[in-house]
Design a protein around this ligand. Structure first.
Ligand code: SAM
Length: 205
C-alpha cells in the first residue's frame, strides 16, 4: 500500500475510530454477539472491550499490520480469544457455514469489492447466522449527498479508500441478506457527510 497507507492511515483510523461518540454505538452493535464470531475490518480492535461474555472466539480479518499492533493493549485486557485469522474480507480463508455471527463496524465503506466481501460473509455464516453492523454511507438528504459526492475523492485519498456514498442497506439486500433490525441516524458530533449511519442486524438465509 505504500508508506502513507501502511504507516499513517492505520494511525488516523485508530484515532478517528476511537472517538468517544462511537462507544455507545459499538456497545449496541456488539450486544448480540455470541458463539463463533468473525469480525471484518478489525482495525485496531476498538470493539474488543464490548465483546459480551457469550462470545466463544473471534476471528479478526484485517489487512493493516499496524492496526493489529495498535490493538495490543485491548487484546491483553480481554478474556475473549481473538486471533488475526485473515487479511482480506474479499477472500475469507474459512470453511462454509463456520460462524454464528459476523461483525462489521465502519468497514463496508473501505473494502474495495464490497459485494464480494458480503458474499464471503454469507458463505462463512451458518444458515440463519447474522451480520451485526454499524456503517456510514449515503445520507438520506439530497443536500448532504451532493457534498458527499464532492468530497468522496478526497476522503478516499486521506482515509485509505473510504467511500462516503455507499448505500449500506441496498448493498446488504443485494448481497442476499434480510435486514431484521435497522436504525438510521446522523452520528452526534460527526459531520453529516461522514456521519450518516445505519446500525442493525442482517440475517443470512
Ligand atoms: C474505518 S476503519 C474501521 C476499523 C474498525 N472496524 C473500527 O470500527 O474501528 C476500516 C477498516 O477496514 C479495513 N479494511 C480495508 N480493506 C479491507 C479488506 N479488503 N478486508 C478487510 N478489512 C479491510 C481497514 O484496514 C480498516 O481497518
Amino acid at each position: 500500500m505504500g508508506l502513507y497507507g501502511d504507516h499513517v492511515v492505520p494511525r488516523i483510523v485508530n484515532v478517528a475510530c476511537g472517538l468517544k461518540p462511537s462507544k455507545p454505538l459499538r456497545q449496541r452493535v456488539c450486544e448480540g454477539l455470541e458463539g463463533e464470531v468473525v469480525e471484518i475490518g478489525f482495525g485496531s480492535g476498538h470493539n474488543v472491550p464490548f465483546y459480551p461474555d457469550g462470545v466463544k472466539r473471534v476471528s479478526a480479518v484485517e489487512p493493516a499490520d499496524l492496526g493489529w499492533k495498535l490493538a495490543a493493549k485491548r487484546l491483553r485486557e480481554t478474556s475473549v480469544p481473538v486471533e488475526r485469522a485473515g487479511l482480506d474480507g474479499q477472500s475469507l480463508p474459512f470453511p462454509d457455514d463456520s460462524y454464528d455471527v459476523a461483525l462489521s463496524t465502519w468497514t463496508l465503506c473501505t473494502i474495495p469489492d464490497v459485494a464480494r466481501a458480503l458474499s464471503e460473509v454469507r458463505r462463512v455464516l451458518k444458515p440463519g447466522g447474522t451480520l451485526r453492523f454499524v456503517e456510514h454511507g449515503l445520507a438520506p438528504d439530497e443536500g448532504v449527498r451532493r457534498w458527499q459526492h464532492r468530497l468522496e475523492p478526497m476522503q478516499k485519498r486521506v482515509f485509505g479508500g473510504c467511500h462516503l456514498t455507499r448505500p449500506v442497506v441496498g448493498m446488504l439486500e443485494s448481497a442476499g441478506f434480510t435486514i431484521t433490525e435497522l436504525d438510521e441516524f446522523y452520528e452526534e458530533g460527526a459531520p453529516k457527510v461522514m456521519g450518516a449511519n445505519s446500525l442493525g442486524v442482517a440475517v443470512s438465509n
